[in-house]
Write a protein that binds this ligand. Sequence first.
Ligand code: AMP
Ligand code: MG
Length: 416
Amino acid sequence: MTEPPPLKNDCFALPPGVDWTPVDDALALLRDRLGPVTAIETVPLADAAGRVLAADAVALRANPPQANTAVDGYGFAGAMPEGAHQLPLIAGRAAAGVPFAGVVPPGHALRVLTGAALPEGVDTVILQEDVAAGPDAIAFHGPLKKGANTRRAGEDVMAGATALVAGRTLTPADLALLAAVGLDAVQVRRRLRVAVLSTGDEVVEPGQAAGPGQIYDANRPMLLAMLARWGFDPVDMGRVPDDRDTLRARLDAAAGADAILTSGGASAGDEDHVSALLTEAGAMQEWRIAVKPGRPLALGLWGGKPVFGLPGNPVAAMVCTLVFARPALGLLAGQGWRAPQGFDLPAAFEKRKKPGRREYLRARIREGRAEVFASEGSGRISGLSWAEGLVELPDGAVHVRPGDPVRFLPWGSFGL
Ligand code: AMP
Ligand code: MG
């Protein structure tokens, strides 16, 4: 296995003088500074779904490997002009996997079945439904173009061509393509291990008795499930109270993973120990990103591993994970940079927004229009379930009126 180099200690440093970082600048910084950290291994095709391709997959064989017929019918040479035609049939047939060994003379036809290699003397096929066939001859009407109902060798993929590029997360369809072009194993990256831990004296485990002032840990199950959806290896590091020594020890343990997601304790308050520890470690930047919901997001290195210190509010934690952590983790995993592909829809709502920060609203599509959740409250977890994606409002001031186009990013565009 080849091990990529470790990340540089200052990889999250912001340029001097930067205060409120626009979302796009923050993303550009992440994109510049992060790269694959996972080793490369070879796996059989059967185990490759969901894995990240580490090198371009080059076709060993063309698809289709040879010219063949796309239908059941009769093969002959050349185009047939408009009008009635009759061709004598020669004995024998060509079937998939059972080629016709002889030559079809000009002006003659041969019975051919779907997938059969075109024998010498055949470049055009007529569909059997379009033919009156007798024992010795076929009759049909033109016109028919040369090459009709056939597939050219390599018309899909040529031998030696790149079938799939490095960085791709392999889909079931990709396995079909790789198999077709003759590959039975591929080079992939080891799955990215991502540790998740929650912080906060008030946070208790679902199922435990919760006293007044206590809340159930909502972030951890959400974050672990998102990571699994993305094909990463989630590592559950549990909960830690607002205690610096406990958190330090837990971060040390979490640094066995490739990256760490924490939630809570990321701002600059007395009990914000994630940011305090990352600062103490000397490799911390509290990114004041001009985004709602979201701030603060603490980014740093712990034991050489990137830490995404997410806000505690579940809505902000999810939005920050989708917008910032996902593309960053994708880079670490060798996927390259993946921006969500959204589309514009007419708004079903009205909203005035001040300039200076980008906003993400929980949204869904009904009757072709983007509806937004009734409350923008960052603790309204039910809105995340209600939503089917996010509406992204630009950094500048906007006054959205019903019917105005807004950018909708479905959960699917974030890989959920
Ligand atoms: P913090 O970022 O630690 O100041 O937390 C912000 C808010 O999010 C507080 O109301 C916390 O109680 C809440 N919170 C923090 N962690 C979690 C969690 N794991 N699940 C649900 N809510 C949380
Ligand atoms: Mg807290």
